[in-house]
Design a protein. Sequence first.
Lengths: 156, 156
Amino acid sequence: MSEKSSDAESELRQGEMAVVLPPQSDAGLYFIGTIRTPWRTRQECPKRGSLDGPICSIVVDERWRMALTGLAGHRRIQVLYWMQRARRDLVLQTPFSTMRTTGTFALRSPVRPNPIASSIAELVSIDGVTLQVRGLDCLDGTPLVDLKPEHGVAGE
Amino acid sequence: MSEKSSDAESELRQGEMAVVLPPQSDAGLYFIGTIRTPWRTRQECPKRGSLDGPICSIVVDERWRMALTGLAGHRRIQVLYWMQRARRDLVLQTPFSTMRTTGTFALRSPVRPNPIASSIAELVSIDGVTLQVRGLDCLDGTPLVDLKPEHGVAGE
């Protein structure tokens, strides 16, 4: 997962625009686990997860085991994960699938200043620190950033 | 926004459990703008945003202006923001509103390893780099992390 972007990925498609990134970041994220999926290349990944897609696993780091308490009572969860291979400097993008240029914030593409993906997944089971879910769309080995119930209970 | 947690906030409620945080972070976030709301203290903040709540502003940094291109065509947007005053080390929490102890990942509380909040907001207008929205629940001055359309278009 540490490979550099290839030269081809650094090229801009027609209409795309990059900016200079800020000299430093403003806050630090902890990776709290790892997502295991059937997809080993970006070409294999679905564009978006489907609740009737294949089962994927989320393996939460031992440090956070107790934080899973009570999660099994929720049928749908929100999963935040870090699209670590995506470039962060594009403000205009031309998705290959549409070839229509638009702003980064008008797309759910992984390419964005903070490449955090957000998906709603169906929670199939939890066994220890391993969750089985449906609805994800990311590469095998993608770092986990957060898990939340899809909807909170009033006051929570 | 840089004030330290007070002593009272560092105390644990009954049933709460903290862990030692990792020695370093794994990825860096850029704050890409600032959210302006009517709420100056946590006590004033609603527990969760409402689409018929007051209008709040999102002011995007100039660097990312072009990334807003096309966003005005979306009625609802997903807003990610950084709850910078929340502690990050609790795995079990006892919300004051319920006094029922449960795991951090079974709550949408700002207190979590990566205090990223995710809300769906109604996009009322965009003028330059300033968005008017309804549906947020955060303190005035909260750093913006991402904007996405609520739903992507197939292939985007």
